[in-house]
Structure formats: C-alpha cells, structure tokens
Design a protein around this ligand. Structure first.
Ligand SMILES: NC(=O)c1ccc[n+]([C@@H]2O[C@H](COP(=O)([O-])OP(=O)(O)OC[C@H]3O[C@@H](n4cnc5c(N)ncnc54)[C@H](O)[C@@H]3O)[C@@H](O)[C@H]2O)c1
Length: 326
C-alpha cells in the first residue's frame, strides 16, 4: 500500500510517519511537504534512508505538484496546514489559502486518481468554545462554530471533505482531535514552550488568568487513532479524538511541568490574553472507543513525564527552532 502523507515534516505528521513505518514496514510513504517554518526533516532522520520512504517538497495549493506527488498512491492522509492560532490572528490569509484552497486541490486530485481513502486531520477548535463551568463536551454531532481564523479555515476544510464525499462519492474520513503534545512539537505551543523555557531558565508565559481548559492527546495515541480509522473506520464518518476524562487548565499543566523539572512557580509570567480566546474545549471520544476500540494507552501524568524527558534529551533539536520564534 502506498500512502501520500501531506505535512509529514510537521509535528503530528512526522510522528505519524515514524509510527506507520515501524508498524507497517512494507508500506510505501510519500511525505509531501512545503517545509514552512513548521516543517523539519530532521524529525524523520530515522527513516530518511528507508527505501519505502520518499520525500517530495511541494505545496498542496499547487495542483501540478500535487498531481505529480500523489500519482500511484492508495491513501491520502492530510496533515498539511497552517496550525498556530496566534499566527492566524496576525495573518489569516495564508490560513485560508493552505487550509481551505490547499485541501480542495488535494480532494480534486484524489478524486481524479480514485484514491481509496482520503483521511483529513482536523481539530476540536471547529466546534467553538464551552463555558468553563459546564460538563458539556464536543462530539461528532456538535455544530461547527469556529471563532478564530485558524478554526474557521479548518471548519471550511471539514465541510469540503463532506461535500466531496456526498457529491462525488470520494471515500473520506475525518478525525477532529484535541490539542496534541509529545516529541517534535514546535516550541511555540504551550507544552514545548513551557518545557524549553524552563530548561533555559526563562519564564513561562501564560495567557490571561491561565484558566483555559483544553483536552490533551498524546501524539502517539493520536497516530494510533488515525490508524484505527484508516483500517476500520466507516467512510463518510467523523471521529472525535481526545485524551482526557477530567478537565485540566493551562495553568495547572504549566504547574505540573514546573514540578517535574523541579523549578518553582515564580517562573510563571501572566501575559496579555489572546483576542477571542476560547475558554474551554472538551472532547467526547466515546464513538471511536466504542466503534473502533481505541483509547489512550496512558494518563497525562505519564505522558508529561515522557515529554519532558524527550525535550531534555533533544535540546539540539529545539534550540535552533526557538530562534525562529524569538
Ligand atoms: N498540533 C495540534 O495540537 C493539533 C490539534 C488538532 C488538529 N491539528 C491538525 O493536525 C494537523 C497537523 O498539525 P501539526 O501540529 O503537526 O502542524 P505543524 O504546523 O507542526 O505542521 C504542519 C506541516 O504542514 C506543512 N505545510 C504547511 N503548509 C503547507 C502547504 N501549503 N503544502 C504542503 N505542506 C504544508 C508544514 O511545512 C508542516 O510540516 C493540522 O492539520 C492541524 O490543523 C493539530
């Protein structure tokens, strides 16, 4: 089987390629990536000499490049996106281009090549926000209500998937997942930023009062969820993927990381809030559990320790990248 993986040099995409090549060594993978600031081929050093792995530098918005790269593939897994909410607030246009137009180009080419399955990675942010004190969770039936330019463009791409499935019969599936964390995450996102700042003896910026609640999914569990959907998911369906059963605020996460690293809470610096900051995301992941038998392997305490260990042991990986965000 040949997989066409877009955005495979990014955080989740590279974890997915490493996961897949280990589990299914006979499959071929084309990693199609534009190598924006977020793409890093160093993440894939372990497979770069594997004859079943091919890297193609290309832009999902460029139909000709996509046609050349996707030709002969059986499955498309679309990770490629502009993914950072803060960047979408300062420059929404690149988000509309990549996340919406790029996805449409991929769908058009997938249809032309009669791709057996087009799997799209989306986010719980398309569902909007929940009140802090509510027990409500997002599920597959929750109406879309995106509130940031990033979320709006991801919601639009989800709608395009649905349209290509219904209108043209393309075999699509979507996973709407919560915030991922783990190895190879660009150090602009909360968890790697907190860990690497603390390792460098710097303060950790926390937006507003820090009482923002997200669901957190360890990246390898996410890869296992995509695997489950590709193997046993029903075409045309959407699966919500989350990692937690109880709420945890951003501030509590930072405090946990501080504790793991033996630092003190004076390292926290409350900074001006993000405009339109969503209070709470919580994901009901019962469908993927009940229908596909997927669930996280470990709890967040375990995974946070693992993640801190990884950033401690791989400082040469993140030190260079931090210069890009500073
Ligand atoms: N990271 C999270 O917590 C999270 C949560 C939910 C959903 N998602 C979704 O998962 C996917 C992957 O997220 P990530 O965190 O790995 O993102 P990332 O920013 O780390 O990686 C994105 C990758 O896409 C590539 N890319 C960007 N524009 C491209 C283009 N025009 N053509 C080809 N490649 C392009 C980049 O070079 C990069 O390698 C995204 O679709 C994102 O919306 C992420």
């Amino acid at each position: 089987m040949k997989l066409f993986v877009t955005g495979g040099a990014g955080f989740i995409g590279s974890n997915f390629i490493l996961y897949w090549m280990k589990k299914y060594p006979n499959d071929k993978i084309v990693n199609f990536d534009k190598l924006t600031y977020a793409g890093n081929l160093e993440n894939l050093t372990a497979v770069s000499n594997n004859p079943n792995y091919y890297f193609v530098k290309g832009d999902i918005c460029n139909k000709k490049e996509v046609e050349e790269g996707m030709d002969g593939s059986d499955i498309v897994v679309n990770f490629a996106a502009e993914s950072h909410v803060d960047r979408s607030i300062t420059d929404p246009s690149i988000f509309a281009k990549t996340n919406v137009l790029g996805t449409q180009v991929l769908l058009e080419v997938a249809l032309k090549y009669k791709i057996a399955r087009f799997h799209h990675i989306s986010t719980d942010e398309v569902f909007g926000t929940l009140p802090l004190d509510s027990d409500e969770k997002f599920n597959e039936q929750t109406p879309k209500n995106p509130r940031s330019p990033y979320a709006a463009t991801k919601a639009a791409s989800d709608h395009l998937l649905n349209a290509y499935n219904i209108t043209y019969g393309l075999n699509t599936t979507i996973t709407n997942c919560s915030n991922n964390y783990g190895p190879y995450q660009f150090p602009e996102k909360l968890i790697p930023l907190a860990i690497t700042n603390l390792l460098e003896g710097k303060k950790v910026p926390v937006y507003g009062d820090g009482k923002y609640v997200r669901d957190w999914l360890y990246v390898n569990d996410h890869c296992r969820a995509i695997d489950a959907v590709l193997k046993n998911g029903i075409v045309g369906e959407v699966y919500c993927v989350g990692g937690l059963n109880t709420d945890i605020s951003n501030l509590e996460i930072v405090k946990k990381i501080i504790k793991i690293l033996g630092k003190d809470e004076g390292s926290i610096e409350f900074v001006k809030d993000r405009p339109g900051h969503d209070r709470k995301y919580a994901v009901d992941w019962r469908k993927i559990k009940q229908e596909l038998g997927w669930e996280p392997k470990h709890d967040m305490e375990f995974y946070l320790e693992e993640t801190v260990k990884w950033y401690k042991n791989n400082s040469s990986w993140w030190k260079r990248l931090k210069k890009v965000v500073e």
